[in-house]
Design a protein around this ligand. Structure first.
Ligand SMILES: [Zn+2]
Length: 394
């Protein structure tokens, strides 16, 4: 029954595949423009202005890996997610002009910086059994999944390369499958390879001494935590709803001292994230002084998302991203790379990504918001923030 369901899925995907091919053609034209040094000049605000003298200018590009061959009927982590985001980006007068760069698949060498050879072998063997569930979350694998996962991790690495080559100040890798639950030796929580962890190791292999990762997905980034728990050169900060999958990320999980977990009560939303930005993220970044900020950007903390109970909003994502951009400017060599994680309400996901890009460019105007404010009042988070500040010595 499961296989029959998957066959039906693949027939649906043929339409998606041709749509993606047409987008590829568009991306190539936009990439040529980027190589011609046309990124910031698209924005009339900066035309004719010395870029080095004004803070708001950010050279932004996008990397899309929609993974339309990685799909399972009725699964929340489905092939429609990235095309929905691309459609929203194309419909917005400003984001429709942002350039796309072509992602490259991750090499075995890049993957093995984070994952064990046993994990790579396991996924190869699982591919022979596809379609199949490989973890109880449920995490699935189809015949196209391994290529999709290599491209997702590789897109995050391509983004890092562009940042470190100083071709960009900010970028967003719109990838799936997501990555932050994948541990070095296990697929978990819809994730096969840990895209942001592989990207962080790419940065370190390129000479970055310290990398900061902020994970604002509603679920704890247990895989990223596992990858860097003993590494003093990677600072991992996760905000997540307490008491939900994967049940890790307690406030006292601080690893070698470069791990910061901020479990939030159900109902926490934009006000909580503003306090976290000011009281935790900014001082941690200032003290750690990373060469690069990477962001595990999941949009399932939105109040309309079906998988959890935080109350983030579209304007909240714009403000959070603007704060992360400011943190990157103040403490991270201006460089910030977003990598897509979760987000299962397609409208909230798409609007959240558009809003994040507005924030990364410090746009004063509001991004389009199809949903409006959260329905319930936010709970107090004084006690958890006090614990975090004490444990992190802030
Ligand atoms: Zn999530």
């Amino acid at each position: 029954m499961q296989a029959a369901r998957l066959c039906a899925d693949h027939s649906d995907l043929r339409t998606g595949g041709s749509r993606v091919k047409r987008l590829d053609w568009l991306f190539k034209a936009q990439e040529d423009a980027l190589h011609a040094g046309d990124v910031a000049d698209r924005d009339p605000v900066v035309m004719g202005v010395d870029r080095s003298t004004i803070a708001p200018v950010t050279r932004i590009a996008l990397f899309a890996a929609p993974a339309t061959d990685h799909d399972l009927a009725d699964h929340p982590e489905r092939a429609a997610r990235v095309p929905a985001i691309l459609a929203a980006l194309a419909a917005d007068p400003w984001t429709s002009g942002l350039p796309y760069l072509s992602p490259k698949p991750a090499t075995p060498e890049q993957l093995l910086r984070v994952h064990t050879s046993e994990h790579l072998d396991f996924l190869e063997r699982a591919l022979a059994q596809a379609p199949a569930y490989i973890d109880h979350a449920p995490t699935y694998i189809t015949t196209g999944s391994l290529d999709a996962a290599r491209l997702a991790a590789g897109a995050a690495c391509t983004l890092v390369d562009a940042l470190l080559d100083d071709r960009l100040d900010a970028g967003f890798a719109l990838v799936r499958p997501p990555g932050h639950h994948a541990t070095p030796d296990h697929a978990m929580g819809f994730c096969l390879f840990n895209n942001v962890a592989v990207a962080a190791e790419q940065a370190r292999a390129r000479g970055a001494r310290r990398v900061m990762i902020v994970d604002f997905d509603v679920h704890h980034g247990n895989g990223t935590q596992d990858a860097f728990a003993d590494n003093p050169d990677v600072l991992f900060v996760s905000t997540h709803e307490e008491g939900i999958y994967p049940l890790t990320g307690a406030v006292d999980e601080i690893g070698a001292g470069t791990m910061c977990n901020i479990p939030l009560p159900a109902g926490a939303g934009p006000a909580a994230f503003e306090r976290i930005s000011d009281e935790i993220l900014a001082p941690l970044a200032s003290r750690f002084a990373p060469d690069l900020l990477l962001v595990s950007a999941g949009y399932d903390a939105h109040w309309a998302d079906p998988l959890a109970n935080l109350q983030m909003t579209v304007p909240g994502y714009q403000r959070l991203s603007a704060r992360l951009r400011q943190i990157a400017h103040d403490s991270c060599n201006r460089k910030v790379g977003f990598v897509l994680e979760g987000g299962y309400d397609l409208e909230a996901l798409s609007a959240g990504v558009v809003a994040s890009l507005y924030g990364l460019q410090a746009k004063p105007s509001p991004a389009p918001d199809p949903y409006g404010p959260a329905p319930r009042r936010e709970p107090e988070i004084d006690s958890v923030l006090a614990q975090v500040r004490r444990l992190q010595r802030l």
